[in-house]
Ligand binder design. Structure first.
Ligand code: NAD
Length: 436
């Protein structure tokens, strides 16, 4: 099948590449000329395990191409995927400016049997909006489907190649059949292809992210309660997780969720509810708890150093909002760095993939370190934001010898508190008593 993928970001690039890998001809379109030029040279602008190899392989086969020419891509494709960003507007609602611009620009170039599919996460009613807008512009009806994406950054290829389920929202069953054919190679293990109305498909994406965010905020609130009451969240987590009604997924306490999806999707869903005259109490609370949780290491550092951190060196391990990605959008590390800088401390940062993205924001205000150990040189304390595998089993003796103070603020509960004391550290973690 011939596919145009409009928007070559995390989602568009992964989706387009995976569709090409299953034999389709995919033209990835973007307005960012530099990005397209680099992709044509086989240079992938994001860190996503396995993606570069896949891009190169499919580009070499000729099935995957990159272009800024919207007209050429749309006029030669049967399926036009929309995967542009839908960032949050000031009031929390999703900003559809890019998406609406693409709809207007591509309309004159759509073929008679074109199917337009939204991959971007869009508010309920956007599919209907596109459908009506295209009818208004072209004087005929165009098939418009919704196909929300559930991939996780850091495991995007695997998630796309082996999805738990595929959700499509369609008006006509025939459109569902075309998309089912497109996804057939990815659903060979009998995972379901779920067809529903466009509204339900649009909602499904938000509800999934809202529930996952809720689980994170819930366990974070319980972790803070544990700390105050003398409990250990790790024991409590195990105590509840073995209940088959509860399980373990997404119930790890930490420094709050970040990234380009959960924060914006929770707020967008709340905004949609408000537009309907409803009061989204849970969504508002989930967001509020998360905002608070992003300051949890700040509070612990503040309390320990009695707010006197000017001139102190802080090693920071982990800048990305989660491991296996270079994405720092709404990352909790930003909250910590801002606090340290505002109070005259010196952050010495390390991340296996995200340092360049952080440098683009903070420039020379931070010390960027090649290795996690280098970040510890002369540090008065270490703060851990992201649970990269490489941080799980460090050489603790070397850590001690490099650091000036032996204090660890662990936002991801990577280590056993008692063992950290034996190793000679003061250790603060989430939902467990501090040990000295
Ligand atoms: P992104 O910011 O990484 O990529 C968006 C791309 O669209 C950019 O390359 C940008 O240059 C391009 N673009 C903007 N305007 C354009 C135009 N007029 N024509 C062509 N290209 C244009 O965003 P993303 O993370 O890929 O997210 C895209 C959508 O997918 C969002 O709605 C997001 O909520 C959703 N989503 C993201 C994820 C994720 O993990 N990142 C997962 C599921 C769904």
């Amino acid at each position: 099948m011939k596919i145009a993928m409009i928007g070559t970001g995390y989602v568009g690039l992964v989706t387009g590449t995976c569709f090409a890998d299953s034999g389709n001809e995919v033209a990835c379109v973007d307005i960012d000329e530099t990005k397209i030029a680099r992709l044509r040279e086989g240079k992938v602008p994001i860190y996503e395990p396995g993606l570069t190899e896949l891009v190169i392989r499919n580009s070499e086969s000729g099935r995957l191409t990159f272009t800024t020419d919207l007209k050429a891509a749309v006029s030669s494709s049967r399926i036009i995927y929309l995967a542009v960003g839908t960032p949050p507007a000031a009031d929390g609602s999703a900003d559809l400016t890019a998406l609406k611009g693409v709809v207007d620009a591509m309309a004159p170039h759509l073929t008679a049997d074109a199917i337009v599919v939204t991959k971007s996460t869009v508010p309920v009613g956007t599919n209907q909006f596109i459908y009506e807008r295209l009818e208004e512009l072209l004087g005929r009806q165009v098939d418009v489907a919704s196909n929300p994406e559930f991939l996780k950054e850091g495991a995007a290829i695997d998630d796309f190649m082996k999805p738990d389920r595929v959700v499509v929202g369609v008006r006509r069953p025939e459109v569902g059949e075309v998309l089912a054919e497109l996804y057939r190679p990815f659903l060979r293990t009998d995972h379901p292809f779920l067809t529903m109305s466009p509204q339900s498909a649009e909602l499904t994406k938000y509800v999934a992210n809202a529930l996952l965010s809720t689980k994170i905020s819930f366990i974070n609130e319980m972790a803070n309660l544990c700390e105050h009451m003398g409990g250990d969240i790790n024991d409590v987590r195990r105590g509840i997780g073995h209940d088959s009604r509860i399980g373990f997924a997404f119930l790890f306490p930490g420094v709050g969720y970040g990234g380009s999806c959960f924060p914006k999707d929770v707020r967008a869903l709340a905004s949609m509810a408000r537009d309907q005259g409803l009061n989204p109490r849970i969504m508002d609370a989930v967001d509020e708890v998360n905002q608070h949780q992003k300051t949890i290491l700040v509070s612990k550092i503040d309390q320990h150093f009695k707010t006197d951190i000017a001139g102190k060196r802080f090693a920071i391990w982990g800048l990305a909002f989660k491991p296996q990605t270079d994405d720092i959008r709404e990352a909790p590390a930003l909250t910590l760095i801002d606090y340290l800088l505002e109070n005259g401390a010196l952050p010495q940062v390390h991340d296996p993939e995200a340092s360049e993205n952080i440098r683009a924001i903070y420039g020379s205000k931070l010390i960027y370190c090649e290795s996690a150990m280098d970040a510890l040189n002369g540090a008065d304390a270490l703060a851990i934001n992201t649970e990269w595998k490489a941080y799980h089993n460090p050489n603790f003796e070397e850590m001690r010898s490099r650091m000036n103070g032996h204090i660890v603020f662990d936002g991801r509960n990577l280590y056993e508190p008692e063992k950290m004391v034996e190793r000679g550290f003061s250790y603060h973690s989430i939902g467990r008593p501090a040990v000295y």
